[in-house]
Design a protein around this ligand. Structure first.
Ligand code: CA2
Length: 147
């Protein structure tokens, strides 16, 4: 049987990883994050698809496209985390495992980052562990799927 698919989504500005704000987000690029998460997925018998967009609607289209096709979504919604009820609603219509991941710990930053409108519809949230959070997310997906 083919490996269950995990959809890895990144939201706005995360295409700039490695280019600016290394003190907060480190020096790894988005490609490094995707390669790191792909390797983790393969170790756990999962296949990974990755997509980044600066556009809310494109992220929603990909969440819809995962319905009935992907076993899990790992999503770092970027700043959409804090106000996109549209992403909240799209995720609530996805029946698989949903992991919210953040590179930094938004709760230790500005007050406007302390609210996540995605967290209530996520299976769980991982934040503050940099790149390792993505490995933790894949491990959590594998455990939830019984792999
Ligand atoms: O810590 C995270 O992963 C965040 O989701 C990153 C978002 C931020 O709005 C969230 O509060 C927490 C911001 C992504 C911006 O990424 C940049 C990366 C490099 C240079 C500039 C921005």
């Amino acid at each position: 049987m083919s490996a269950p698919i995990v959809l890895l989504l990144h939201g706005p500005n995360l295409n700039l990883l490695g280019e600016r704000e290394p003190a907060i987000y480190g020096s790894d690029t988005l490609d490094d994050y995707v390669a790191f998460t792909t390797a983790s997925a393969e170790r756990h018998g999962l296949a990974l698809e990755a997509f980044q967009s600066n556009h809310e609607g494109e992220l929603i289209d990909h969440i819809h496209g995962a319905r009935g096709r992907c076993a899990a979504i790992v999503i770092n919604p970027g700043a959409f985390t804090h106000y996109s009820w549209a992403i909240h609603d799209a995720l609530s219509a996805f029946d698989g495992v949903k992991v919210e991941v953040h590179i930094s710990n938004p709760n230790a930053r500005e007050p406007w980052r302390h609210t996540s409108v995605v967290a209530p519809v996520a299976t769980g949230s991982i934040m503050g562990f940099g790149k390792h959070g993505y490995d933790l997310a894949i491990r959590a997906v594998a455990a939830k799927l019984g792999l």
